[in-house]
Design a protein around this ligand. Structure first.
Ligand code: FRU
Length: 471
C-alpha cells in the first residue's frame, strides 16, 4: 500500500466514523454504504460461496465526488456486511476515479476489471473528444478481500480510432477458451455503441468488433452487459441521449436490453430496446451468475444527472442512494421476467391477509402479494401519496396530492400499457418500493420518503397477503 492509498484509507474511515448513526430513511434490506454517495454496482459475483458486491462510492459527500470501490459481502443477498473500501483512486491512471467494472471468477481467483478515469483539465473544452482518459485496469485477488497490484491493460490509444475518449465500464466473460470484454463507447460522431475486445490470457486485449443498432441509438451506452438467460442471449446497456416522443416523459437516461438473434461474436441482430424497469430509479444494472446457475441483476436505485432529484430526506441524513434488491432474471413465454431473489422467501412472515381489500401499517421491510386479480381493476396507496393503479389498459405509478409531492420530491407519473393484470408484488423498504407486475413482466422501482409506512390495496377477487421481512 503506498502513502496515498494509506491516507485515502484513513480519510474514508474517518468519514465513516463521523457519519451519523441510524436515520429514519436508511434501508433495511437494500445494500447501501455507511455514509455518503453510492452509484453503480461493480464486480458482482459469488466467490467461494460468498456473494461480493462492490459499488461506486464517494464517502466524503452525499452528493458525489471522486469515485472508489466500496465493498460488501453477503451469504444470502439480503443481509449485507460492509467490508470497507476495496479500490482507491491512487494511481496516475485512475486518479479521478476508480470507475465501474466487473468481476471474473476463475480457478479460485477473482479478477476485477474497471475503468481508471483521468480528467484532462487542460482539455476540458473538448469533453467528448479529448477531455479524459478511460484506462482499462485489472486487479487480481486471491481471497476477494486483499487486492493485488493494479495492472494497466489498455489506454485511449489502444481503442479503435473512431471512438471518442468515452470508453468505459468493462464486463468480461469466458467463452470457448477465450476471454471477451464488452465496453460502452461514444463514437466521434456522437453515437452510443458497445465495443467487444478479445484476449487469450486475460491480460493482453485487442478490439474485436463493434455492437450497434441499425439506426443510431443515443450518444453513449454506459455499463453494457452480455448475458445468457435460459438460453436467450441479451445485451443490456444504460443509454444516454434518447430523444423523441417515446422518451419525452421518461427518465433522463434509460436502462434496458436487446434480445440478440444469432451470435454476438458473429452474425447477429438486435431486437427493439426493452426497458428493465418502468419506474423512476433504476440505472447501470449489472448481472452475474450464482454458483447454482441463476442470473441475478442488481442496479443502482437512482439516476444520474437527474433534474428532479427528490432525495433531500436522505441527504439530510448524510447519504444518498442504494442498490435495487437483487432480481432473478428468467424467461417465461419467450420473454424476460424478473423476481426478487428466492433467498427472501425464507425471511418472510405473514402478518395479515384479506380478500378484495387490505389496509395495514407496514413493517420496516415488507412484501405485499396480490394475486388472482379479477375484473382488471386494481388500486394501492402507499404512505399516503404514492398510488399504483390499473384501470384496464395501463398500469400507473403516480405521486398524488400534497403528500405525494412531499414524499417524491416533485416526481409524478410513470406508466406502462398492459392488456391485463393478474398479480402485483410490492417489495417495500424504509424509502423505496419495487413493484413486480404480472409475475415480473414489468417492474416499477422508486425511492420515496413516507413518514408512516401504510398500505391500502384493493382489487376485486384478489387474495392480498402482507409479509414482514424478518432480519
Ligand atoms: C454510470 C457511470 C459509469 C461510470 C460510473 C462513474 O452511472 O457514469 O459509466 O463508470 O458511473 O461513477
Amino acid at each position: 500500500m503506498n502513502a496515498l492509498t494509506r491516507d485515502l484509507k484513513q480519510l474514508v474511515e474517518l468519514a465513516e466514523k463521523a457519519a451519523p448513526a441510524g436515520g429514519h430513511f436508511r434501508q433495511k434490506i437494500h445494500l447501501m454504504p455507511p455514509t455518503g454517495w453510492l452509484n453503480d454496482p461493480n464486480g458482482l459475483c459469488q466467490f467461494k460461496g460468498l456473494f461480493h458486491a462492490f459499488f461506486q462510492y464517494s464517502p466524503f459527500n452525499p452528493e458525489g465526488g471522486v469515485k472508489m470501490w466500496g465493498h460488501c459481502t453477503s451469504r444470502d443477498m439480503v443481509h449485507w456486511e460492509y467490508q470497507g473500501t476495496a479500490l482507491y483512486p491512487d494511481q496516475p491512471f485512475d486518479c479521478h476515479g476508480a470507475y465501474s467494472g466487473c468481476a471474473l471468477v476463475e480457478d479460485g481467483r477473482m479478477y476485477l476489471y474497471y475503468t481508471g478515469n483521468v480528467k484532462l483539465e487542460d482539455r476540458e473544452y473538448d469533453y467528448v473528444l479529448a477531455g479524459r482518459e478511460g484506462n482499462t485496469v485489472l486487479v487480481e485477488s486471491e481471497d476477494g478481500f486483499s487486492m493485488g497490484r493494479k495492472q494497466l491493460l489498455m489506454r485511449n490509444e489502444d481503442y479503435p480510432a473512431d471512438l471518442s475518449c468515452h470508453v468505459r465500464d468493462p464486463k468480461v466473460w469466458k467463452q470457448d477458451g477465450r476471454y471477451y470484454m464488452i465496453q460502452g463507447v461514444r463514437t466521434k460522431e456522437d453515437v452510443g455503441e458497445a465495443q467487444i475486445f478479445v484476449s487469450g490470457d486475460r491480460l493482453s486485449w485487442s478490439p474485436l468488433k463493434r455492437i450497434r443498432t441499425g439506426e443510431p441509438f443515443g450518444y453513449m451506452w454506459e455499463c453494457p452487459d452480455y448475458m445468457d438467460v435460459d438460453g436467450q442471449k441479451l445485451l443490456s446497456a444504460s443509454v444516454q441521449g434518447l430523444e423523441g416522443d417515446k422518451w419525452r416523459d421518461q427518465n433522463v437516461y434509460q436502462s434496458g436490453y436487446f434480445y440478440i438473434e444469432g451470435d454476438i461474436l458473429g452474425e447477429y441482430s438486435l431486437s427493439e430496446y426493452q426497458l428493465w424497469d418502468c419506474g423512476f430509479d433504476f440505472y447501470a444494472p449489472q448481472s452475474f451468475v450464482t454458483e447454482d446457475g441463476r442470473v441475478v441483476l442488481v442496479a443502482w436505485m437512482g439516476m444520474p444527472d437527474c433534474p428532479e432529484y427528490g432525495n433531500e430526506p436522505a441527504l439530510a441524513e448524510g447519504w444518498q442512494h442504494c442498490f435495487t434488491f437483487p432480481r432473478e432474471i428468467f424467461i417465461r413465454d419467450g420473454a424476460v421476467r424478473q423476481r426478487p431473489v428466492r433467498e427472501l422467501e425464507k425471511l418472510k412472515r405473514k402478518v395479515k391477509e384479506a380478500q378484495d381489500r387490505l389496509e395495514a401499517e407496514c413493517p420496516s421491510a415488507w412484501e405485499a402479494d396480490i394475486t388472482g386479480i379479477q375484473g382488471g381493476a386494481f388500486r394501492a396507496v402507499l404512505g399516503g401519496g404514492l398510488a399504483l393503479t390499473y384501470t384496464g389498459s395501463r398500469f400507473e405509478m403516480r405521486f398524488e396530492g400534497p403528500e405525494g409531492e412531499r414524499i417524491s420530491g416533485g416526481r409524478r407519473l410513470r406508466y406502462q400499457e398492459m392488456k391485463s393484470l393478474d398479480s402485483v408484488k410490492i417489495l417495500g423498504d424504509a424509502s423505496s418500493v419495487e413493484v413486480f407486475v404480472n409475475g415480473g413482466e414489468y417492474v416499477f422501482t422508486t425511492r420515496y420518503y413516507p413518514e408512516t409506512r401504510t398500505l391500502e390495496a384493493e382489487a376485486d377477487g384478489a387474495e392480498i397477503s402482507l409479509y414482514s421481512v424478518e432480519l
